[in-house]
Design a protein around this ligand. Sequence first.
Ligand SMILES: Cc1cc2nc3c(=O)[nH]c(=O)nc-3n(C[C@H](O)[C@H](O)[C@H](O)COP(=O)(O)OP(=O)(O)OC[C@H]3O[C@@H](n4cnc5c(N)ncnc54)[C@H](O)[C@@H]3O)c2cc1C
Length: 385
Amino acid sequence: MHTNYYPLTEEQELFRRTVREIAEKKIAPLAAEIDECDEFPWKAIEILREHELLGLGCPEEYGGGGADLLTCCLAVEEIARVSAPLAPRISASALIGEALYLGGTKEQKEKYLYRISRGEIIPAFALTEPEAGSDAFSLRTRAVKDGDSWVINGTKCFTTNADIAEFTLVMARTSGEKGPLGISAFIVDKGTPGFTISRVERKMAGHGIHTCEVVLEDCRVPQEALLGEEGMAFANLEGLNKSRTLVGGVGVGLAQGALDVACRYAMERHQFGRPIIRFQAIQILLADMATKIEAARQLVYKACILSDLKHPDAMMLSSMSKYYATDVAMEVTTDAVQVLGGYGYMKDYPVERMMREAKVLQIFEGTNQIQRFLVARGLQSKYLS
Ligand SMILES: Cc1cc2nc3c(=O)[nH]c(=O)nc-3n(C[C@H](O)[C@H](O)[C@H](O)COP(=O)(O)OP(=O)(O)OC[C@H]3O[C@@H](n4cnc5c(N)ncnc54)[C@H](O)[C@@H]3O)c2cc1C
């Protein structure tokens, strides 16, 4: 079934359908493996690379797709519809690609950006620390200048893919200011002495995508590893607003996938001599699921459009769309399990996996509590002015 989703252009609609086909034919058969197997899903990544989806949001002049945020969102949504943990690989490459594009030197762009854009390398992003989660600016990792190099010390946690990434973009404090000022970004290449993966977390879902603790102990990197101006890491991380919006897109896609399974099941499953979709209680459940997804989708798309327009409300919409769409994903996947009854709880149907996959969306890229706080802050400044 193909539905035209307002406000997509014909071209975007065609793109969405193409990605859906790739996702259904090639990624869906790997989704359970990505969830359960402890190995990085290179096969699925190769499919994204082959179809030029990994570098979709990276700048065209460096070999990327140069796509607008709404188009990236469509890809993320369709991949998430079948495998939610895989979809953020597209937004992570776009986020780090943009940081390199905005702040990188010619050499850094040539060395890393081309390869990210072509999907040849996977980057990682290390901001969170054991004592600095939501309060990320309180990070304690320090980088001290020593001649022509920087020496980094600290511990990072929950760094996605740090164990397989070609490099990790490490946020470290380089001077004593408070808040974002004084935090610098360093490109730390795989294998740099003093950069150790001290632990791979055991988690709820997406076991193939590793979440790592990283210890930096007298980790020496050259001056050329500094990305952008010293102490100004966040000046080049505008992409964080975009990747947050794309997490909303992951939520929409995942919820849609769960609704699709639930509707089909409700039409096939008979109890009391009729398909369960004929019972009003199930109808109400399905109707609410579909309505919430549609509302979330429109909010996420609007956030994408405002971001591309650099509209003053773009940041607030990015937070709104992240928390609303991922809360919807949690609700809808839980309800999908309910529609399938006991079978929904079993691994024979994908909704059990989808419900587990939804949870992290409410936590990473800034928890949904923090997003509400950011929306309220946006409202305050709006009504003050
Ligand atoms: C699977 C996974 C992958 C991740 N990948 C990465 C990555 O690649 N790179 C990276 O840097 N980080 C990554 N993270 C970290 C993620 O961004 C943090 O987990 C998140 O920002 C929350 O930080 P925390 O876990 O320390 O929770 P805390 O900040 O300790 O929060 C605990 C609870 O308190 C609430 N809370 C905290 N402060 C406030 C407040 N002011 N008002 C209201 N409520 C509040 C939170 O909402 C939450 O419910 C990842 C996390 C996970 C789970």
